[in-house]
Design a protein. Structure first.
Length: 390
């Protein structure tokens, strides 16, 4: 089957964050929104079919996750990432961000130091600071258009830290961490008795020529110090169904997390349709995912070619994964709010301000190209015209 990713589906007035919150977020609705990390593609038909079939039974009472929920995750990890996991390692969360917050609460104490690698997904910062922990930054380095880890800095920052939260693959930069990078990082953490929370929600969105290596798959020693968070929400456009999971090989860590989830916060029941959607996605999603990734990669290369030919002052850091592109806009000569306002007011482009991702984000923008190419082309033309007026 050939899926149609060129289809333009209006999302306004559907309580959609990306479109219906534009006025609040950008100060105007007159922008093309390419900020929130979901897709403008139709949720796959096999998922919608599974949900509709369940709706034939018109009682939506309290529900459980049956055995096939965990088994579909086990099978998916083996099939897509060659990772053998055990059914009992899997725990639930209504989202990866809630999972990170619960892990911080359950496994660290107020005042503990937690390491992050900015520029990075900014809810990591909130999970640390809003829960009374201390953020320690190990900034990434931009080298030849790719964000990479600074291991010498990490060695200096590691002593005394209790946890490290990594984005794997990296959001917003799109770096797919190599085996060597992961081993170096993990070894530093093990030597300093640091628990690693590896956010692998983008791990299915890997472009050709690159391979995602689950951190916990590298060795049993690393697995015992690693908690993996994941979900089908980015992969199959299911963010509204609030269903994610954790893979925790260490029994004591898993028990401590589950106590926080179930006994203290009572968040473990989950969403009936989220469970159905996850199983349908992981059981039937390979063909759709492969076609979607090919389409998004063509969008990525379209952006890169367009900027090189028409707006060379803006450079695309070519992602190895994800459907976001980290744009280096420093040659425009605008900083801070001037750069932000240039894109909103002059280009009418609703991008993410790089500053929200922390250190290293000044002068950058993040854009989401999981949308029809007509939208990508339209926003680039608006950017080109705005740059020509500078």
């Amino acid at each position: 089957m050939k899926y149609n990713f060129d289809e333009s589906i209006p999302r306004e007035n559907t309580d959609c964050v990306k479109y219906d919150v534009r006025a609040a977020f950008f100060g105007t609705e007159d922008v093309i929104p390419m900020w929130v990390a979901d897709m403008d593609f139709r949720t796959p038909d096999f998922i919608i079919k599974a949900i509709r079939e369940r709706l034939n039974h018109e009682i939506l009472g309290y529900s459980i996750r049956n055995k096939s929920f965990n088994q579909s995750i086990v099978n998916w990890m083996k099939k897509r990432h060659d990772w053998d996991i055990q059914n009992e390692w899997i725990s639930f969360s209504p989202g990866v961000v809630p999972a990170v917050n619960m892990l911080v609460l359950a496994l660290t104490n107020p005042g503990d130091k937690i390491i992050v690698q900015p520029p990075v997904y900014f809810p990591f910062f909130y999970a640390i600071e809003n829960n009374g922990r201390v953020k320690v930054e190990n900034p990434l380095m931009l080298m030849d258009g790719r964000l990479g880890m600074d291991f010498e800095d990490l060695k200096k920052k590691a002593p005394g830290a209790k946890m490290m939260i990594i984005s794997h693959p990296h959001n917003p930069g799109g770096s797919v961490w190599t085996k060597d990078e992961l081993l170096q990082m993990a070894q530093i953490c093990i030597e300093n008795d640091i628990l690693i929370v590896s956010d692998e929600i983008h791990s299915d969105l890997i472009f050709k020529g690159f391979k995602h290596i689950p951190l916990a798959s590298l060795s049993d020693e690393i697995a015992q110090k690693t908690i993996t968070t994941n979900a089908p929400s980015k992969t199959f456009n299911l963010a509204g169904l609030s269903t994610s999971y954790l893979i925790i090989p260490n029994e004591n860590l898993r028990s401590t997390y589950n106590k926080k989830l179930n006994d203290q916060l009572h968040l473990g029941m989950g969403n009936l349709f989220g469970s159905i959607a996850l199983q349908a996605a992981y059981e039937h999603g390979d063909e759709w995912l492969d076609q979607m990734l090919a389409y998004v990669w063509d969008n990525v290369t379209f952006v890169d070619d367009f900027l090189k030919k028409n707006t060379p002052q803006i450079k695309a850091c070519m992602p190895e994964s994800t459907y976001m592109i980290w744009l280096d806009c420093r040659e425009l000569g605008l900083i801070g709010d001037d750069l932000k306002n240039f894109f909103i007011k002059d280009a009418k482009a609703g991008f993410n301000d790089g500053r929200v991702f922390g250190t290293g984000g000044e002068g950058f923008m993040r854009i989401n190209v999981a949308c029809p190419r007509t939208i990508v082309e339209k926003v680039l033309l608006q950017v080109q015209e705005a740059v020509s007026r500078l």
